[in-house]
Every structure is written in C-alpha cells, then in structure tokens.
Design a protein around this ligand. Structure first.
Ligand SMILES: [Zn+2]
Ligand SMILES: [Zn+2]
Length: 283
C-alpha cells in the first residue's frame, strides 16, 4: 500500500466508520431514551389503572381527590401567565408571599385587601372573594356589574319597574313585595310550586342574604332576566377571551372520549361533577 492508497483509505473509509460509529451511539442513546419513555408510560398506565380502580370501587375520598386534582389542573391552566402581573387595583406587582385573587371573567388579579377597600363594594363580595382561588371562582366588581352590559333603554326599563311597578316601601324589596311583583307578571294566583320556586329565586337575588333585595341586587337580578331574552349568538359575542378559554376547557372535560362531541351521558356526568364541586366549595 503506497502513501496515496493509505490516504485514500483514510479519506474514504474512516469518515464512513465515524459515521457508522456515531450512528450506533445515536441509536443506543435513543434506545436508552426509549426505554425510559416506555418505563414512564407503563408507570403512568399503572397509575391510571389504580385511579380508575379506586373510582370504580366508588371510594368517596378517591373520587373527591380525582375531582379536586382535575379542577386544580384546570385552575392552573386558566390562570397561567408567563409574565409577572400587577394587582389591577393598586398596580403593584405581587410578592411571592402574596395570594393572587383572579377574576373568573377578565384577566384582572387583585390583592384581597384591595378588593375589600374598594368603595361601593357590595357586601356579598366580602365572602365571595374567598372563592376566587377555588374552581367556583369569583368575578371582580367591574365584571360583576352586569348593568354595564345593558342598553340605556333596558336600564330605564328596570328603573321604572323598581320605582313605579314594585314601589318598595322601604326602598328595598321584601319577600312579599317580590312575590306580588312576580304574581302580576305571571297573571295568575301562585301555586305551591310557584311559591317554592319564587322563594328560591328570592334567595338567589338576595346576594348578601339579609332577607331583602336592595336596588343593586334587583338591578343584577333583572339584568340577568333582560340578558336571557337576548339572541344566543349575541350573548356568545359578549364573552371575554378568558370565558371562551374556560368554556373550551369545560367542553374538553365533558368530551370524555375526545370525539369532539358531547353525548347526553357525558353532559350528565360533567353536570354532576360540576355541581358536586360547587356544593363542596359554596358552603
Ligand atoms: Zn393591590
Ligand atoms: Zn373581572
């Protein structure tokens, strides 16, 4: 072998050997990674099997744990941000020790004390703000003021109803006055069922639970009535980005088999899960 031949062997074969060598190393590394992934997957599968076994045995604590874990994950997803954020009231950034109280409707976050210090805050907010960090959530005073969504005409209509139609004696509506107002609207005597239904409606409208509906509570209540009368598509357009995110997440939770459709069974299951949570946190 002369020098020329040696150099040509070097140039032709050695690089090839290097390539093959690194190929083998590459494949080995991949195999190792693959093994790790397989291990991880089988571990996950075992975990899932265990969870569904627990669930099928209907251990109440396992079920609650599962619902809590799921709602905790969605909470993190909905409120996830990359940037540090500031309190929408005092504009100060949150320190690590401070708890953020996010609004469920808009992207605002608050210090609890900042919410409580706001002027004209409705008493019902004081308790409700505690729910901000649960899956039930809480809406900030700005978003909570549904009256802002009304047209001028709708707002005047509500004022007229309050002042001319109901004419509450003390400026606040008692349960009796509320029932009379509803009776006139229904146009017939109230059945026992109507009474039950109206008692419930009164309790829902009486947000601070003090037994009377003040003007702001009535405005909130009647606004919902007005909004419910609007076209569905118009209502969808009024949703904030965050609400759309939440709705998408709710849908994907409901769509258990991920076929892009929610069956009646899936909807029923989601409904009972959701109201299970609400009852758990709403007390
Ligand atoms: Zn603040
Ligand atoms: Zn808000």
């Amino acid at each position: 072998m002369d020098d020329d031949e040696v150099s040509s062997w070097h140039t032709k074969v050695k690089p090839k050997a290097l390539v093959v060598g690194s190929m083998i190393k590459y494949c080995k590394d991949r195999l190792k990674a693959r093994e790790e992934i397989n291990d991880f997957i089988s571990e996950m599968k075992e975990d899932l099997q265990k969870t569904s076994k627990d669930l099928s045995e209907e251990k109440p604590d396992a079920r609650e744990w599962y619902i809590r874990k799921k709602s905790c994950a969605s909470f993190l997803y909905i409120n996830h941000r990359d940037e540090p954020i500031a309190c929408s009231a005092c504009k100060m950034e949150f320190r690590e020790v401070e708890t953020e109280y996010p609004c469920r409707v808009c992207d605002s976050v608050f210090h609890k004390d900042c919410v409580l210090e706001m002027k004209d805050i409705h008493p019902s907010h004081i308790e409700a703000v505690e729910k901000a960090n649960t899956s039930v959530g809480w809406s900030c005073p700005a978003c909570d003021d549904l009256g802002l969504l009304l047209t001028e005409e709708e707002l005047h209509d509500i004022i007229d109803t309050f002042e001319e139609e109901i004419k509450p004696k003390d400026g606040q509506i008692s349960p009796g006055e509320f029932k009379n107002f509803k009776k006139k609207q229904l146009g017939h005597q109230l059945s026992e069922e109507d009474h039950e239904h109206l008692d419930l409606e009164f309790r829902l409208a009486d947000r601070d639970g003090n037994g009377i509906i003040d003007w702001w509570e009535f405005l909130n209540y009647q606004t919902k009535v007005k909004l419910a009368m609007r076209d569905q598509r118009e209502l969808v357009d009024m949703l904030t980005e965050k609400e759309v995110r939440v709705a998408k997440l709710a849908f994907s939770h409901m769509d258990v088999n991920k076929d892009g459709k929610v069956t009646e069974l899936e909807a029923k299951k989601a409904f009972s899960d959701y109201f299970g949570q609400v009852n758990m946190n709403d007390r």
